[in-house]
Design a protein around this ligand. Structure first.
Ligand code: 5CA
Length: 381
């Protein structure tokens, strides 16, 4: 990418609506632009980061045999009426009426749609387990959208759904996703803290949030120091959950191995058995030809929240510090030469060599002064 081609404007002041550093830096570096309350456009620089994050998540999902697909953003209300959530979801759901007076909605999550489609394709125990996911925009009409893309109304989520024959199998699947999530966040250069959580609108009685540590996080966390020190991706679910992490007030915060910090929720996984398969009359035949209601789980990652969460966790002296795996550019070439001189030619040559080797560097080919060139590269990534 040549800087002369990049769409950005250099905001010197922090826009006053931006209350936290990630929101300020994302606006000031032209990563995002607010379209309207809680709804953002991803500008070229931000979009690059978003795609890198998406790919790391995708690779990790593919690794555990989860199939990528793409469901629509707009859903029919019929299945939600069957599951009982059409009434329960309340004002967070954006309801739309089409020209035929059919009730549609902009999907806030996809448990109903996936259960319905699964029924059409799998009807024997031989087809289980099945893991499906997509990376798609969601809409939740949050009362107070805030902190930029951290709590938006429209946001990008990776949501996966699992189907198993028995409760025991479903728990094994849950553990598989749990460990895969730890690896995903480590691959993103983050330190994840799994926390037992309330299940809210999704349901069930087993769920974990994945929090990453940042001073501006919305949740207060108390956790065992071992959770940060040890190599989590090599430990089993049982070993990790035996360590201590909580976000409620019931813990003895004076214990020496307990660290108190703040966290940002970047993922949330649920195990809810037959909450959706039962009302939607989804079943498979077991070995004896008996009808069995499959057990489900769902597994979310806040894809468009992650760029902001990474900035909050990593920034240093008002500059974003991207982990190598998500940085928009691996290399910056600051051309300090003038038209045709040796430095100018060398910069262009290095740029070409990198491009030919599938590395996308940022080449500052503008005619700004050297000092402003250094500042701009630092500011952009
Ligand atoms: N169906 C389940 C799991 S697939 C589900 O919807 N879970 S969730 O409600 O917890 O959302 C999953 C993740 O999306 C959250 O952990 C969070 O990181 C992200 N998220 C939720 N609401 C927002 C929002 N308003 N803005 C940005 N990200 C959000």
């Amino acid at each position: 990418m040549k800087l002369s081609n990049l769409l950005f404007n250099s905001l010197k002041e922090s826009p006053k609506e931006a209350k936290i550093i990630s929101h300020q830096l994302m606006l000031r570096s032209s990563m995002i632009r607010q379209h309207t309350s809680g709804i953002y456009t991803w500008l070229p620089l931000g979009f690059k980061v978003l795609k890198n994050i998406e790919n790391i998540i995708r690779n990790n999902q593919d690794e555990i045999g989860c199939n990528e697909m793409l469901m629509s953003t707009i859903q029919s209300s019929e299945l939600w009426k069957k599951s009982g959530r059409y009434a329960d979801y309340g004002k967070e759901m954006l309801r739309i009426t089409d020209r035929h007076d059919s009730d549609l909605l902009y999907g806030p999550t996809n448990e109903e749609v996936i259960t319905d489609l699964f029924s059409d394709y799998v009807n024997s125990y031989k087809g289980l387990p099945k893991y499906l996911y997509h990376i798609q925009w969601k809409f939740r009409d949050e009362i107070r959208p805030r902190f930029g893309v951290m709590r938006g109304r429209e946001f990008l989520m990776k949501d996966a759904y699992s189907f198993d024959l028995t409760e025991e199998d479903a728990f094994e699947t849950y553990k598989k996703f749990f460990r895969s999530y730890l690896k995903t966040f480590l691959d993103l250069g983050l330190q994840p803290i799994p926390v037992k959580a309330a299940t809210g609108a999704i349901g069930g009685d087993l769920s974990h949030e994945f929090q990453i540590l940042a001073n501006t996080g919305e949740s207060e966390l108390a956790y065992d120091s071992q959770l940060v020190d040890s190599n989590l991706s090599e430990k089993s679910y049982e070993e990790i959950t035996a360590m201590y992490s909580a976000s409620d007030e019931m813990i003895d915060k004076s214990k020496s191995d307990v660290i108190i910090g703040r966290g940002i929720e970047v993922g949330h996984i649920f195990n809810f058995g037959t909450k959706y398969t039962k009302p939607l009359e989804c079943f498979v035949l077991n070995q004896d030809g008996k009808r069995i209601t499959p057990h489900m789980g769902s597994y979310g990652i806040g894809v468009s929240r992650l760029p902001a969460a990474i900035i909050e966790a990593k920034y240093n002296n008002e500059y974003m510090k991207w982990p190598k795996s998500v940085t928009p550019f691996q290399v910056a070439i600051i051309n300090l030469g003038k038209n045709g001189d040796e430095a100018d030619q060398k910069s262009k040559d290095i740029y070409e060599v990198l491009i030919n080797n599938h590395i996308d560097p940022l080449l500052d080919d503008t005619s700004e002064s050297p000092s402003s060139k250094f500042k701009i590269s630092l500011k952009l990534f």
